[in-house]
Design a binder for this molecule. Structure first.
Ligand code: ATP
Length: 230
């Protein structure tokens, strides 16, 4: 089976995330995609909504799709509720998932190209590439050379090798030194959670960003408004 892991802050999860997951499922024949909201994302400022609200929203957003599974893998440990929470590193989550898979299963890590550009700064980034394949949602303006140059230093091809790819759009598959990256060029969503939070705070229509169930939840719980119910 092909299994996907889709980690994020999901503050909140939005239709752009779902578009990426659907495109990845189709492109790589994924039987299951685990949506893993991070309790304490290492690369971001503190989320506005609590882990519990973000997890609840992931559950609502994925409810209609059999293959989309909300995951508690990065939930806060109960006994640490009064202590400072340590960051959730993707490599730890990937290793936990791998331990539960069969040898014949293949693990894929789903990510947008904006986040992928920073991947070399992630904790134990080389290991991430050894443990799973990547599915990266590309965007116009990014080249194959940008993708290769984003790799951790030890996996990055020399510049004279990548330079000829500077004019080639980031699409198709890239296989380098045991690294496999599938680039999706059919996810055409410019939505970001930042836009969604701004739209909610400004009381703008949310139909373009959120499913009706999500919109109802956000409003009911008073999330992202002037007095956010986090
Ligand atoms: P923020 O605006 O708060 O930075 P975000 O919308 O990027 O948030 P995250 O939860 O940080 O949401 O993103 C999780 C993953 O989803 C990241 O890999 C990110 O690149 C990807 N992603 C987010 N929005 C989109 C989108 N519209 N299309 C494709 N990928 C996306």
């Amino acid at each position: 089976m092909n299994i996907g892991i889709f980690g994020g802050t999901f503050d909140p999860i939005h239709l752009g995330h779902l578009a990426l997951a659907r495109a990845a499922r189709e492109a790589c024949d994924l039987s299951r995609i685990l949506f893993v909201p991070a309790c304490t994302p290492p690369h971001k400022t503190k989320p506005l909504a609590s882990y519990y609200h973000r997890y609840a929203m992931v559950t609502l957003a994925t409810a209609g799709e059999k293959a989309f599974v909300p995951s508690l893998l990065e939930a806060p440990a109960l006994e640490t509720s009064n202590k400072k929470l340590s960051p959730n590193y993707s490599i730890d989550t990937i290793l936990k998932v791998k331990a539960s898979l069969k040898k014949s299963d293949t693990l894929f890590f789903l990510i947008g190209i904006d986040a992928f550009e920073q991947i070399s700064q992630w904790h134990r980034s080389e290991e991430l590439f050894r443990e799973c394949r990547f599915i990266v949602a590309s965007r116009p303006g990014f080249s194959l050379a940008d993708v290769a140059q984003s790799l951790p230093e030890s996996l990055r091809p020399p510049e004279n090798v990548t330079k000829p790819f500077a004019k080639q759009p980031a699409r198709g598959d890239l296989a380098l030194h045991g690294v496999t990256i599938h680039l999706l060029d059919n996810v055409h969503s410019a939505i970001s959670a930042t836009h969604v939070r701004e739209a909610i705070a400004a009381k703008k229509p949310l139909k373009k960003f959120l499913s009706p169930q999500m919109e109802e939840y956000v409003k009911k719980m008073g999330l992202y408004g002037p007095r956010t119910g986090s």
